[in-house]
Write a protein that binds this ligand. Structure first.
Ligand code: AMP
Ligand code: GLY
Length: 416
């Protein structure tokens, strides 16, 4: 197959690596990709939110399948342009991507579909914000409605911080005030061709920057899969109570969701609730979920794109476990310091079961330099979490990036 992967992060690097592991070989191009992806496949510089341009390129290159990694192209309607041109695309149209693009819209769908989620108020004035903060009390959860590059949500005990966050975002659209939900978080990826629904293996993401869940929220500092503490039948229950009703509601509205529905869940004492939907693979959870996928990713995503998921073979996952740890630049998430050399990558890759997905790196002579906050993710698999953790942290010890930091407690709880 000739496959075009859109995006430039560690998620896309992990997707490319998973495609390369397939038993049959594929011709893969990434746009724009990154310096790590460019080591393994061809990359091409394209404006990835320009649907007409991507469709033209995919047509010229006779691409069989386009896989859209990030949310921005989806919300911009790149999948619409590809579908209109008759090109198979993994990723929802603009209208269905609103499940991620607007938290207000996601709540509306959840309400219509009877999907369990936290109580919330959509506020358009600061008076409404204050009333909702009073009603729900601390800890306060305040969410910007639209895409905010991972910065839109604040969970805080401080009223002033909640107020200031709402005040900043209310000029851009409604602000959601939500009840605080307490419990373990689960990221469940569910594929849908608009009708059939197929879950992947669940993962857990670490959102806060420092060990012990201290510090501000980030795009994600690490993840592991599977989740041995989940009760039997959990995934089936989520498919039935969350994914299927959501997919049905989207179809009923004439905006079928084709791609990956990321169910961000929280397991509370009063049952599982949805805290967010995303319309794409999660980062860094993809790195661990795909590491464990033994069956063909290309076949699965093509079946999704072509509306034949119901008759496709079910995905098969290894009984191995996987963890991933994000190496972040000094100052991340507030003000990352970039342009620093990254040393020791080859030594790190010598550790058995370890691979690396680049996120924000650039070529510099024979080596790499950092170009952003989350620089790369180290992925380690093992027979158990103790194994995987030892491998990941041994590899990280071998990597030098001045001022960098990473969490040391990824999967620590499940390794005990
Ligand atoms: P979101 O972008 O909606 O996933 O929010 C980012 C993070 O904020 C989530 O992964 C949770 O850790 C936290 N969060 C979001 N909503 C809530 C909530 N209602 N209660 C507690 N934590 C939340
Ligand atoms: N890891 C969270 C996300 O991808 O949104």
């Amino acid at each position: 197959m000739k496959i075009l992967v859109i995006g430039s992060g560690a998620r896309e690097h992990a997707i490319v690596n998973a495609l390369l592991r397939d038993r049959v070989s594929h011709e893969i191009v990434a746009a724009p990709g990154n310096a790590g992806i460019a080591e393994v496949v061809e990359t091409v510089s394209l404006n990835t939110t320009d649907g007409a341009l991507i469709a033209e390129y995919a047509g010229e290159q006779a691409i069989d399948l386009v896989i859209i990694g990030p949310e921005a192209p989806l919300v911009a309607g790149v999948a619409d342009a590809l579908r209109a041109a008759g090109i198979a695309v993994f990723g929802p149209d603009k209208a269905a991507a609103q499940l991620e693009g607007s938290k207000d819209f996601a709540k509306e769908i959840m309400t219509a579909a009877g999907v369990p989620t936290g109580r919330s108020v959509s506020a358009t004035t600061m008076n409404e914000v204050e009333a909702a903060l009073d009603e729900f009390g601390a800890p306060y959860v305040v969410k910007a409605d639209g895409l905010a590059a991972g910065k839109g949500v604040i969970v805080t005990g401080e009223r002033k911080a909640a107020h200031d966050h709402a005040e900043f975002y209310i000029h851009h659209g409604p602000v959601l005030i939500e009840e605080f939900l307490d419990g373990q978080e689960v990221s469940l990826f569910v594929l849908s061709d608009g009708d059939a629904v197929v879950p992947l293996s669940p993962a857990q993401d670490y959102k806060r920057v420092f060990d012990g869940d201290e510090g501000p929220n980030t795009g994600g500092m690490g993840a592991y899969s599977p989740l041995p503490w989940l009760p039997a039948g959990f995934v089936g229950e989520i498919v039935e109570t969350v994914a299927q009703p959501t997919i049905r509601e989207m179809s009923r509205r004439g905006t079928p969701f084709v791609g990956l529905l990321y169910c961000g869940l929280i397991v509370t004492s009063k049952g599982v609730k949805v805290i967010e939907f995303n319309a794409r693979f999660g980062d860094p959870e993809t790195q661990v979920v795909l590491e464990r996928l033994d069956s063909s990713l290309a076949d699965l995503l093509l079946a999704t794109a072509k509306g034949r998921l119901a008759s496709a073979p079910e995905p098969v996952f290894s009984s191995d476990v996987a963890i991933t740890v994000v190496l972040a630049s000094e100052g991340y998430p507030e003000s990352p310091v970039t342009g620093k050399p990254i040393l020791g990558l080859a030594d790190a890759l010598e550790v058995p079961g370890v691979s690396i997905a680049h996120a924000a790196t650039a070529r510099d002579g024979d080596g790499f330099v950092s170009t952003g906050g989350r620089v790369l993710t180290v992925i380690a698999r093992g027979g158990d979490f103790g194994d995987a953790r030892r491998r990941a942290y041994l590899a990280l010890d071998r990597i030098t990036l001045e001022g960098s930091h990473f969490r040391t407690d990824i999967a620590a709880r499940v390794a005990e």
